[in-house]
Design a binder for this molecule. Structure first.
Ligand code: IMP
Ligand code: MG
Length: 341
């Protein structure tokens, strides 16, 4: 009987996908549901054999063999991206979309690419999400249930996530996208935001999860935060410095270089925690912060500098760090709260 919500504290690209995959395995989740805006998000996870898995529509929970995946009705669906992922990951019969999801069309993508405000000033991913959401709000969008090719995948995801979350011995995971500080109505940086809120409450709303069933909010905090697109980034370093230190990052969706910060802004982190109410923190990209910890899988490898960072994060966020990410591979983690055997 549990529902775990995974959200990002700052500007995203922090490893929510890897965190979700890890949690799906740890709890042998029955269902993982994508929340968030839509296909503007990209998750990438490297498997133990080196295979790189990239996803923009479906949550990564399917990396646990028994876990079904779904897209909540508040999330925009791009039918081509969805079909591509179901095919690539072999998920027919295991992947579902809510029939009420609004649909992103090629026209939305073209319109966004031609939109100087979004493509230029804001630095949008130009994946059609903003234009599709606008059509949804104006009540002229198509929904997943209107497209015959999506019929095999349509389900009442809201019903399913609540049923799983309420069932004895079962776990549902809700995977948010983007990051709290990109939230339309909570970011201090409007208009440098995405087209919806990205908090835990927004994620619950995106999938229709009843608040009484939420048991955990895992807030993902990137040890060296990044931001793509425009808007302020406290403690930003130059791209040349990130390259020189071997920690440069490039976006999964757009391939753009991510702007990178030297350190977390703890006032923003406190604000994010106030909005999200985390019960646990996943501290990710620890190997960028402390190169000597790359690939570490044992708590004995945690250095004094990272211990100090954990303490500062816990103080600002008011929740314990239960999970450290130390490298690209799915197994490059230190889980500080293992499930009792
Ligand atoms: P849009 O939501 O694609 O229009 O992009 C608006 C802003 O949010 C741009 O600065 C994007 O770079 C940023 N953004 C959107 N989705 C993500 C994401 O998944 N990760 C990080 N930044 C994002
Ligand atoms: Mg929403």
């Amino acid at each position: 009987m549990s529902a775990i919500i995974v959200v990002d504290a700052l500007w995203g690209d922090s490893g929510k996908g890897k965190t979700t995959a890890h949690l799906a395995r740890k709890h042998n989740a029955d269902l993982t549901v994508r929340a968030g805006v839509g296909t503007n998000a990209g998750a990438s996870v490297t498997l133990e054999d080196g295979t790189l898995v990239k996803a923009r529509q479906l949550p990564t929970g399917w990396l646990n063999p028994g876990t079904r995946v779904a897209v909540g009705s508040g999330v925009l669906v791009d039918p081509q991206v969805l079909a591509g992922e179901i095919e690539r990951f072999g998920l027919a019969g295991r992947a579902f979309v809510d029939g009420r999801c609004a649909v992103i069309t090629p026209e939305h993508i073209r319109a966004e690419q031609a939109d100087a405000h979004l493509a230029g000033l804001i630095g949008s991913t130009c994946t059609g999400n903003g234009h599709a959401r606008a059509d949804f709000i104006l009540r002229r969008a198509q929904q997943a249930r209107d497209l015959p090719e999506l019929a095999p995948y349509v389900m009442d995801v809201a019903r399913e996530v609540n049923t799983v979350a309420a069932a004895e011995g079962k776990t549902a995971i809700v995977e948010g996208s983007q990051g709290t500080m990109l939230s339309l109505a909570f970011s201090p940086d409007y208009p440098y935001t995405t087209s919806d809120n990205c908090t835990a409450a927004a994620a619950m709303d995106d999938v229709g999860l009843n608040w009484r069933l939420a048991t955990d909010v895992v807030m993902v905090v990137k040890a060296m935060p990044t931001r793509v697109g425009q808007g302020p980034l406290p403690h930003e370093m130059t791209e040349a410095e990130a390259v020189a230190r071997g920690i440069a990052e490039y976006g999964v969706v757009t391939g753009r270089a991510r702007r990178k910060a030297e350190s977390i802004d703890f006032a923003l982190l406190e604000y994010a925690a106030m909005l999200n109410g985390p019960t646990q923190i996943a501290l990710t990209f620890c190997d960028h912060y402390e190169p000597g910890m790359r690939g570490a899988r044992d708590s004995g490898a945690i250095t004094p500098r990272v211990r100090d960072l954990i303490r500062q994060v816990e103080e600002a966020a008011g929740a314990p760090v239960t999970f450290l990410d130390t490298g690209h591979r799915l197994g490059d983690v230190i889980d500080l709260a293992p499930v009792p055997a």
